[in-house]
Design a protein around this ligand. Sequence first.
Ligand code: NAD
Length: 367
Amino acid sequence: MQVDVLNAKELKKAAPVFGQLSFDNHEQVVFCNDKDTGLKAIIGIHNTVLGPALGGTRMWNYTSEWEAVNDVLRLSRGMTFKSAVTGLNLGGGKAVIIGDAKTQKTPELMKRFGEFVHSLSGKYITAEDVGMETADMDTVREVTPYVTGISESKGGSGNPSPVTAYGVFMGMKAAAKFKFGSDDLEGRSVLVQGIGHVGETLVEHLTQDGAKVFISDINEERLEEIKRKYGAIIFEESDIYSADVDIYAPCALGATVNDDTVNRINAKVIAGAANNQLADEVAHGKILRERGIVYAPDFLINAGGIINVYAELENYDRQEIMRKTENIYNTTLQILESAEKNDITTHFAALKIAQQRIDDRKNQNLR
Ligand code: NAD
C-alpha cells in the first residue's frame, strides 16, 4: 500500500494538533483504530484532577476526522466543568466513534471500543451519548468494568433523562427566583424547544407547577402526543426566538443562542437541557447579560444525568441521586448572585467556581 509521507516543509505547514481551536490543555487524546471491525474512535481526557474522566461516547457520521477531533475536545472539556461545578469527584472525558450509528454499529465494534477503554485502566470511564443505547453499554461491560449507564437489570442506573429534566427544572426555578423574585412558576409562560426524553419530563414538571407551557419540535406526532398528555400549547408562530414568553428552555440542539438569534430573544430567562447553548461562550454570554436576560448555565443545570451515572460508581441510592440533583437549585442561585456581584456573565461565574474546585484539589495534592 502506498503511504504518503510529508516532507519537512509540508510537515511545518500542517495544521497544529496541540493548537486545535478546542484544545485546552487536555491531558490525553487517544486515537483508537481497528481495521477488522472498522472502528475509528477518539477518546478525549481533558482533566483528571478531581477523579477519573467520565463522559459518554457519541457515535456520529462526522464530515471529517478533524470535525470529530474538535467535537471530542470540546465535549470532554465541558464534562470537566460540569462535574466540577456539581461537586462530583470526577474528571472530564468523552469519546467519539466515527460512523453511522444506524448502519455501522455492531457488537464487535462496541466490544473492540470497550477494549480500548479498558486499556486506559480506569482513567476514562464511558457512558451513553448520542447514537448509543443502554444495550451498547451492556456490550461494552462484557469487556471492561469502566462503563456506566448500563441496564438496571445488570446493576446500572438506567435512563438518566428524567433526572436530567428534574435538574433543569430546579435550575429554572432558581433562575426564576433570581429574575422574578419567586420560584413559583404558576402562571409563568415557558417555551420548551425539543420535547424528547428530557423535554417531555420537563413539560410534566412545569404543568404540575401550573406554568403555561408552549412546545416546539420538528416532530409533529410528538407535539400532538405531548399536547394530549399534558395540555401543553403547540407554538405555532414561525420565529421561536422572538416568542413573548417568560422563559425559553432549549432542550433540542446546542448553539441556539447565536449571532442570528441573540438579539431577538424576548424571554427573560434561558434555562434548558441542551449542551453548549451559547454558540460563542464569551460574546453571546455578554450580550445576554447586557440585555438583562438571565442565562442559567447549561453545563450546571443539565448535570442530573451525570449525577445519575455517578451513583453507579459510588453506590448511592435513588434518594441520594434526587437530593444531589435538587441541590442544582442552590448552586444555580449562588452562581447567578455571584455573577451579578462580580459583574461577569453567568457562564463565566460557573466556570470560575468549577476551576476553583480543580485548583484547590490540585494544590491539596501537591502538599
Ligand atoms: P432527544 O433526542 O430525546 O430529544 C431531542 C428532541 O429535539 C427530539 O424530540 C427532536 O425531534 C427535537 N428536535 C431536534 N431538532 C429540533 C429543532 N430544530 N427544533 C425543535 N426540536 C428539535 O434528546 P434528549 O435526550 O431529550 O436531550 C435533549 C438535549 O439535552 C440534547 O441537547 C442533549 O445533548 C442534552 N442533554 C441530555 C441529557 C440526558 O440525560 N438525556 C443530559 C445532558 C444534556
